[in-house]
Design a protein around this ligand. Structure first.
Ligand code: ZN
Ligand code: ZN
Length: 186
């Protein structure tokens, strides 16, 4: 039910006549949506319902779904990462820009339309996985020769180059001064 106006803008005049539904694929404007940075593998699907609320506010509830092209953090292979974000935004003329919080945005009372691009991008970035891996058991790349260890074991001696224990060593090291601190406070 595409009501005829661009995906990222809610026409506030039309909204006064009643709730607006929009559903469809986002237009191919990678620049505007930041889709090139996010590496969308296909046209993201957006659907929302917008309705007027009290005192000139607008509520927009919907979902944004896409498949992103990410890189496995261990072996650097490309991963197709399906992602879906459900959102519930309130745009409120009583909210100042510096009072914005999660899901609540200011709204210029004289504006002719509502911009969804920025709030949706924020939601999307928040939903990105911090450490994407192609599969649970991905063995990554050899730190010595760069071979993909999922394909074969290159035979390198990796004791020197294996940094996986560094975090643990650091934790133990950091813990020691406190644990061993002499009690001099007298
Ligand atoms: Zn991997
Ligand atoms: Zn190797």
């Amino acid at each position: 039910m595409n009501s005829g106006f661009p995906a990222g803008r809610v026409d506030l005049d039309r909204l006064r006549a009643g709730p607006v539904h929009w559903s469809g694929n986002l237009p191919a404007e990678p620049g505007a949506w930041g889709l090139d940075e996010l590496g969308a593998a296909d046209a993201p699907r957006l659907e929302y319902r917008a309705e007027s609320g009290a005192r000139g506010s607008v509520r927009v509830v919907g979902r944004l779904a896409a498949t992103l092209r990410l890189e496995c953090r261990r072996c650097l292979d490309e991963i197709q990462w399906p992602m879906e974000v459900a959102f519930d935004f309130r745009f409120d003329p009583a909210v100042k820009e510096w009072e914005e919080e999660a899901g609540v945005f200011s709204l210029d009372p004289d504006a002719a339309s509502l911009d969804l691009v920025r709030p949706l991008r924020e939601e999307w970035v928040l939903a990105l996985p911090g450490y994407p891996v192609c599969r649970d058991g991905c063995r990554g790349l050899c730190a010595v020769c760069g071979a993909d260890l999922n394909e074969s074991d290159c035979g390198c001696t990796r004791e020197q180059a294996d940094h996986r224990w560094d975090v643990l060593r650091q934790v133990v090291w950091d813990g020691q001064p406190d644990a061993a601190k002499p009690d001099n406070e007298d």
